[in-house]
Every structure is written in C-alpha cells, then in structure tokens.
Design a protein around this ligand. Sequence first.
Ligand SMILES: *Cc1c(COP(=O)(O)O)cnc(C)c1O
Length: 482
Amino acid sequence: MHSLKPGFSAIANLNQVTEPAQTFDTKAIQALDTAHYLHPFTDFKDLNQKGARVMVKGDGIYIWDSEGKKILDAMSGLWCVNVGYGRNSISAAVYQQMETLPFYNSFFNTTNVPAAQLAAKLVEISPPQFSHVFFTSSGSEGNDTNLRMVRRYWDLLGYKDRHVIISRHNAYHGSTVAGASLGGMRAMHAQAGLPIPGIEHIGQPNYLESGRGMTEAEFGIKAASWLEDKILETGPEKVAAFIGEPIQGAGGVVIPPATYWPEIQRICDKYGILLIADEVICGFGRLGTWFGSERMGIRPDLMTFAKGVTSGYIPLGGVMVSDRVADILIEKGGDFNHGFTYSGHPVACAAALENIRILEQEKLIGQVANQTGPYLQQAFAQLASHPLVGFANSCGLVAGLNLVRQKAELQHDCVLFGTEQNVGMICRGYMFSQGIIMRAVGDRMIIAPPLCISVMQIDEMTGLIRSALDQTLEDLQARGWV
Ligand SMILES: *Cc1c(COP(=O)(O)O)cnc(C)c1O
C-alpha cells in the first residue's frame, strides 16, 4: 500500500464514481489530481492552488461536471467531439472490437480488418489525389510522419538537400519535438530550444495583425507572397514542403482571406514544393466539407488528420498520402523506418469507422455547409453589435469574436485592451458561470461546437454568450477599464 503518498486517503471515495447515484466527492478527486497528475499546457503551481474542474459525463453538445453543473461545450472537448457525446454505437463498435481482437500491430507484413477498412473509407471520402493513408495515434505524430515522409520522398528522388519545411508563426502542429518545431508558437519554442534545424517560419495570414491599409483580398496575396520570399531566400532547391492549417485553430481561429490559399497553391506548384494541409481541426466536416482543403480550394500532397476522425472517443491520427508521394515510396522500395506500435490500432479504427458512418448517415457535413454554418455566421454577425465586440467572424462551425475597449468602423482602428489585463480570461470565467465553454486566445473568444448542434441550440449558445458578454462588460466598467 502506498499509504504514505499524499492524496491516497481519498481513493476510497472514488468508489462512488461507479455507483448509479453518480455523486462525486469533488474535493477528493481534486486532491488526487493535484497530488499526482501533471496536466498538459498547464501552470502546475496555479492549478494546484485552484484545483481542476472535474468533468464526469457528456451527452450531445453538453457536458456535466462533478458538481452537477450542465455546460454547453462550444469547444467540442478540444475541437474533436464532432458527432457529440454519448454515441452508443461508437462505444458498441469499440466494445465489439475489443472482444474480438483488442490489438495487433501492423509491422512485419500484418494488418487487421478495421485498419484495412478504414484506410479504404478514408480514401473514399478524401479528395481524388489520395489513395493511401499512414496511421498514427495523434496529430502530433501525424506531423512527425510528414517531416520524415517528405524528406524520404525527396531523398528517393535523389534530391538529398531538399529538406527544409516552411511553416508559419502562430501555427499549431502539435507538441512533439517535430510538431512543436513545425508549429509557430513562440512560447513552445522558447522552452525547448526549438525549432529543430531545417524548419523556417513566415508570417501568418492574420488580417488584424498585418493587414492595415489593405483590403482583405490584397492582404491575402501579400501574406502568400511571404512564402515565395522565404523560398527564394532559402534556395528553392532546398525546400521540401510548406505546411499550414486551412484555418489556424489554436492560434485563435485565424480565417485567412479567400485569396490566400489559391496563391499559396500557385507558389508551391511553381517551385514543385509539396503542400501539407494540417487538417487535424478542419478535417471531418468542421468547415462544411470533409476536409478544409476542399473549402479553401487547394490540392495538398499530404493531409494530417486526428481529432474529428474518431470524434475523440479513442485516440487516432494519421496522414493522407497523395499518389504523387505514395507512388515514389512504393515504386522505389526500401523500408520507411518510421511507425508506431499503435499505427492502425484495430479499436481506434473501429471507432473511426462508426464515427464516419454517423457523419454520413446524419448528413452532418451538409448540415454544417447549408444550415448551421450559415446560421452561426449570422448569429456571430449579430453578436458584433455588442459594445465589447470589435468584430466577429466564422467559417463552417468555427467562429471567433474580438473583445475591444473601443469599437471602430475598421477593425484596425479598434482600441484594444492591454495584454496584462487578461480580458479574454475574465470573459471566459463569465462564460463558464453562464454554463458555456468558450476558449480565450488573448482577447479573441473562440468556439468550435459539435457538428450535431441544431439551429435552436445555436440560439441557446449565442444567448449564453451574450449574457456572459454583458456580465464581462459590467465587470470591466466596475474596474474602470471601459
Ligand atoms: C490538436 C492539433 C494537433 C496535435 O494533435 P495531437 O493529437 O494533440 O497530437 C496538430 N495540428 C493541429 C492543427 C491541431 O489542432
């Protein structure tokens, strides 16, 4: 017995978790959590003082915490629960696969039934240039795979110097060493001596940040031209690939001007550079198309996916590999010295197959394109009339609004709050007390609700957002900040 370890005495209380009454000893769980669990992307000291919120149940677009509070999860967990919580058919598919064959690897010329079926299904739903997939267990591992695979591709073609990958500042591509290096998060780079060599970053297509004095369309072309500048500076013969999220998610739902991606595609084509779309958020219907690339009008050579592929029920990720790349890997032969124990995990693949079946059967992607996406856009346009909201925008079922101290006709003329005032975090607190999860990226409040959200539920959601904005405004007035 580890009776000397702090928090152990609380374990007894956890037995309550399995009892039908479903009451939870929040303090006891928090004590265990604080004593033993180092959370991702967390200030441990701060969390230990406050204690974590304990989530215990989900159904549809709602989750419940251990205090019985019902919360509208406008972030789909972490951008992933696309079909919503409580889907019994996914748990049934997972259970059945676990009973049949819980695990077998895909090394040494073996496979399993769900992995082969899912590979075929993914090819069916993805754009025509894709006939192959490489499986991982996460988006980060997917991007590690991209790095290895594009370098292998150019090596096999005899271009041994063609190893540089160009990405963007404020991009998020995961948290492994390669993922964080490909990403453009300064705070992540600062803590680990990243990025690793061979990765370059250009500016992001963030109109608010860099588009003053230009129309959005002009700015889109300008932001894409930074790629060409970087290619020429690096030497085109050294550049292997460009990677980008169709819409940056973690960076704050940065929706690029419509002119941006077609111009990026043109530049990649001009220099023969591989285009990698990181579809971890935009894939599986988020923008009203199976993949964000389709909505943005690009034709990537590789697409990273994770999150929505299983709606987060079980971890799964991977890379869709176009014929341009796969044909070379296959034709030239030789081992690709990369892969994971859980590549093609049968249980994860079974969950994905059922998740995709739900997306198809309930026509959720068409619903986002034709109904809920346009409806959310209107609803956010209305929120922009709130005195705290400088501007608001959306695409499919991602949306964001910017909190400003003083509104103006042009978004570049709005007067912003100071970063040290942490207004986004204050607002997030009111959102939570209203019963809605919204994420704050600086002073931009963002959402990515489950794709099963109905028009009525969007009304409910925007109602909660408006009340929380009112409370935030009152609070800021009391502080004398507005
Ligand atoms: C979440 C995310 C990742 C990382 O996925 P993990 O499963 O957390 O490793 C990579 N790229 C994008 C765009 C993401 O949003």
